[in-house]
Design a protein around this ligand. Sequence first.
Ligand code: SF4
Length: 313
Amino acid sequence: MQYFTNEKHYNTLNNYYRARFGTKVMKIALNGGFSCPNRDGTLSTKGCLFCSEKGSGDFAGNPVESIKNQYKQIKTMMNKKWKDGLYIAYFQAFSNTYGPIEQLKTIYETALSLDNDIIGLNIGTRADCFNDDIYDLLDSLNHQTYLTVELGLQSMHDESLAYINRGHNRDQFTKTVRALRQRGIDVVVHIINGLPGETKEMMFQTIDYINQLDIQGIKIHMLYVIKNTPLASIYLNDPFDILSLAEYTDITVHQIRKLNPNIIIHRVTGDPPKNLLITPEWTLKKFVVQNNIDKQMRKQGFYQGDLYHPLFK
Ligand code: SF4
């Protein structure tokens, strides 16, 4: 099913939520105090090059606070802008299936019990943080609520995954997506455009790979360099090419055109913390980036999936 409008020639998350739930749905980013096997020394890779001190959850709640307090504080803030709506508890920072099964169960169930207006759970994690007990727990949650699992892929190219210290390869990712889909769990995939060494064609191939998976959503990000990350040291010692806004717009528009038209696009750009950003500055202007993409699609008469063909999945 498609949720295109005259303004947005692709499936936005907002339009999808409104069609499915009949109202505004807000995601409340909670911090469950988890870590990540790629950050705590469990893997030899020692963290994705771009990962910030907050485990890529820079806008999530404060882990010092209980889940309940985080929820209350963020909901109050959101209600200043949107008075009514429904909520999704979103575990964003670090790897939120990385922990003992009892701890995971308690945290997820606590989140779901916070408010009658919570209609779902979003769990962000890595493809290598699953086992049979976790799949069973997610399967059971998927019968109780609207569950979505978000998985970082970043690129379909194993050489890029090795370069960014991802700590798992594409095959591992494919297996995890299949296991989640066998249980009917919605999957959202994160990708990054502009990784060092990647050509436009390589970024388009990542979309071709995603089209072969039975996924429900995608977040498209631009690579940005954040202070105090391994990527910052690399960039400051020997600056690599960074995509311009015009290049990013062209690449992302083409990716959207190639993307299966049934997939929901949760993001078309990232959201770096201003005080930590080294480059590129244009990523701070999230609405300008979105508008450029939307304008280009409208002007040229492009739509999500107009270059998608199931035969060339
Ligand atoms: S998987 Fe996420 S939290 Fe872990 S190192 Fe990579 S970006 Fe950071």
